[in-house]
Design a binder for this molecule. Structure first.
Ligand SMILES: NC(=O)c1ccc[n+]([C@@H]2O[C@H](COP(=O)([O-])OP(=O)(O)OC[C@H]3O[C@@H](n4cnc5c(N)ncnc54)[C@H](OP(=O)(O)O)[C@@H]3O)[C@@H](O)[C@H]2O)c1
Length: 330
């Protein structure tokens, strides 16, 4: 796997990043630790977690922390082998200070994450969501303090659109605060809403680390029209995390699976390989339950999508704002 540079950070990261949202449940602690070690052994050097992750147990406002604790145990003796990312902002309780991007919560949470992760420093601290209650200047100032204290090396954002990234870039420049290095967005063939933002990230050298590029497994070919979800799959275990599967969706998936079949590649690998062709892509965050799924994701980095497939892909999975984007390249 050829590693890529993450934005302006200078960090070199594997094009596949290990997601940990399902650590704890359904992937128990021992298996999660095995997955982290297998990923490192296979050349993945990037691990993504969040203060809020606790697997399927997660409900809005529950305390989180479980996945970070597991990642901390997994990396205890291998910390130097991983670029470690975690996040802050999501609600962790009913209290006023239990969420968001205010200074009190961020200072408290970075210390809690460091403790759970059993580390002195977080390589990439990610603002999980925008927080309408806190001005961006205030958040950046807090991030600056946290970084000056040596607790965080770089910061990134998640679930922000290009105009919000733009604000971060110019405010940092104006005040001499650290610059955003990465953007974590939902992005897959079935979810291309951020497609045009990639150009902004390319222009400003912000590394994109998309999540759900397999769309929770829908793009792996495991779900078939008219059939029950396979036992042990996300759709069988946690249907709320995958959504409705109707005929319109299967029309797309079947056409897509045929396209992948044309070059003899499993659909999941094809979906990841396509994402890696997109502008500013640094590393795809992939969720896995088994070692074979890590192997599949790594194999995708060697897949090349034929040039004449790009139009066929766009015909199956429409791009956003196709009619109204005045700057879309011809
Ligand atoms: N920033 C954010 O707001 C945000 C939000 C969501 C996620 N994330 C990050 O992104 C990561 C990935 O998210 P995700 O797990 O929801 O999405 P995903 O990577 O699209 O889906 C992962 C799921 O797909 C299935 N799968 C993976 N490889 C497969 C293969 N080769 N064959 C068949 N099935 C396969 C597995 O589910 P089953 O085997 O159970 O079917 C796996 O758990 C998370 O762990 C987290 O780190 C970030």
């Amino acid at each position: 796997m050829e590693h890529r540079t993450l934005g302006t950070s200078g960090l070199r990261v594997s094009p596949i990043c290990l997601g940990t949202m399902t650590f704890g449940e359904p992937v128990n602690e021992a298996d999660s630790i095995r997955l982290v070690h297998a990923a490192l052994d296979m050349g993945i050097n990037f691990v993504d977690t969040a203060n809020v992750y606790e697997g399927y147990r997660r409900v809005l406002g529950s305390a989180g922390g479980w996945a970070e604790e597991i990642v901390g145990k997994a990396l205890k003796d291998r910390r130097d082998q991983a670029v470690l990312a975690t996040k802050v902002c999501a609600p962790l309780g009913p209290g006023d200070q239990d969420r968001g991007l205010g200074a009190l919560h961020m200072h408290r949470e970075v210390d809690a994450s460091l403790r759970r992760l059993q580390t002195d420093v977080i390589d990439l601290y990610i603002i999980h969501w925008p927080d309408r209650m806190t001005p961006r200047e205030s958040t950046l100032q807090t991030m600056d303090q946290i970084m000056r204290a040596g607790k965080v090396r770089h910061f990134g954002v998640s679930n922000h659109s290009a105009w919000q990234l733009c604000e971060f870039v110019w405010m940092s420049k104006q005040h001499g605060w650290p610059r955003v290095v990465s953007s974590q967005i939902p992005f897959s063939l079935l979810h291309r809403h951020f497609q045009h933002d990639l150009r902004f990230c390319e222009e400003y050298n912000i590394g994109v680390t998309p999540y759900q590029t397999l769309q929770s497994g829908l793009l792996t070919g495991k779900y078939k029209r008219g059939q029950d979800a396979p036992t042990g799959s996300r759709a069988a275990e946690k249907p709320a995390w995958i959504g409705e599967r109707d005929d319109a969706l299967y029309d797309k998936l079947e056409a897509f699976e045929n396209l992948a079949g044309e070059i003899g590649v499993p659909p999941g690998q094809y979906a990841l390989a396509w994402a890696l062709t997109q502008p500013a892509m640094a590393s795809l965050i992939v969720g896995v339950k088994r070692v074979e799924q890590i192997e599949d994701a790594i194999a995708a980095t060697a897949v090349r999508i034929p040039a004449d497939h790009m139009e066929k892909i766009d015909a199956i999975f429409e791009q956003p704002w196709r009619q109204m984007d005045p700057i879309r390249p011809a």
